[in-house]
Design a protein around this ligand. Structure first.
Ligand code: DGL
Length: 283
């Protein structure tokens, strides 16, 4: 059990790897005064093609580490697959801890789509989850959702394998467009995996300028602000001790190869050479 949360504590953020950096970027923009501890669980990824028990177990291990070692005052699950598998059980495990998950932005996509056909690109595990199926059943019947499990894409992004990323994106966009249930009319695409939000520069040109790509990082960041505000846990710079003010605003850990997270930090967060991820052994 974590000790009582304090406003000066960090926000714990985790994903199976680098994908959660797309959420962290939005969190840092929304909450610039906050401190974060980010874990990429690359040593146990990809989550999207593993069974639910594995993702649930890993999520509990990471949450326990963030709460006990870093005294996280809140958790953000920057991973759709982990949210679908584990958010309910983490909330039961830590009833006093604010926990924010991420899920594919179906409702905003339905509201924006003019053609009424929306594509969802996500991991196999997210699409098969009860949580996603329940979310889907809540959407207006006038909007059609065409689903595509993008096997291998998160792993290719994790490895920064440009060739594999390009060919998998081509393959999945093609499959969606060919879908007999209205694929040719898709005008909005839900990026239902946080890794995919890192490659809008590849996906955007393949879909073309008339198609909108939606990610859920910014709404998750706004929700985190609300939840922290309601729990009176927003950090206020004026109440910091000198030592707290000097501590690093974000710590990065990888259970896999820290070099991959470091490259991603440079590429996607524009981090300088003195921002470095450390290796974390968390079996
Ligand atoms: N980034 C994760 C998500 O949002 C999944 C990537 C993986 O398969 O590990 O679902």
């Amino acid at each position: 059990m974590p000790s009582r949360q304090v406003a000066t504590g960090p926000i714990g953020v985790f994903d199976s790897g680098i994908g959660g950096l797309s959420v962290l970027a939005a969190l840092r923009q929304e909450l610039p005064q906050e401190h974060f501890v980010y874990i990429g669980d690359a040593g146990h990824a990809p989550y999207g093609e593993r069974d639910t028990a594995h993702v649930l177990h890993r999520s509990q291990v990471l949450a326990d580490y963030l709460c006990t070692t870093h005294q996280a005052k809140a958790l953000v699950l920057a991973c759709n697959t982990a949210t679908a598998a584990a958010v309910a059980s983490l909330r039961a495990r830590y009833p006093m801890l604010p926990i924010v998950g991420i899920e594919p932005a179906l409702k905003p996509a339905a509201a924006q789509s003019i053609s009424g056909v929306v594509a969802v690109m996500a991991t196999r595990s997210t699409l098969a989850s009860d949580k996603f199926q329940a979310l889907l059943s809540l959407q207006a019947p006038s909007v059609r959702f065409v689903l595509q499990a993008c096997d291998g894409l998160a792993a290719a992004i994790e490895q920064a394998d440009r060739q594999a990323i390009a060919s998998l994106c081509q393959r999945y966009v093609h499959a969606l467009r060919q879908n007999p249930d209205g694929g040719a009319h898709i005008d909005t695409v839900v990026l239902g995996c946080t890794h995919y939000a890192l490659i809008t520069g590849v996906l955007g040109p393949i879909w073309g300028p008339q198609v909108k790509l939606l990610e859920a990082g910014p709404p998750v960041a706004r929700r985190t602000r609300q939840v922290l505000g309601a729990a009176d846990l927003l950090r206020s710079a004026s109440k910091e001790t000198e030592q707290e003010a000097l501590s690093a605003a974000t710590l990065y850990w990888s259970t896999g190869e820290p070099a991959l997270l470091n490259h991603a930090l440079e590429d996607f967060l524009g981090a300088g050479p003195n921002v470095r991820a450390n290796a974390l052994l968390l079996p």
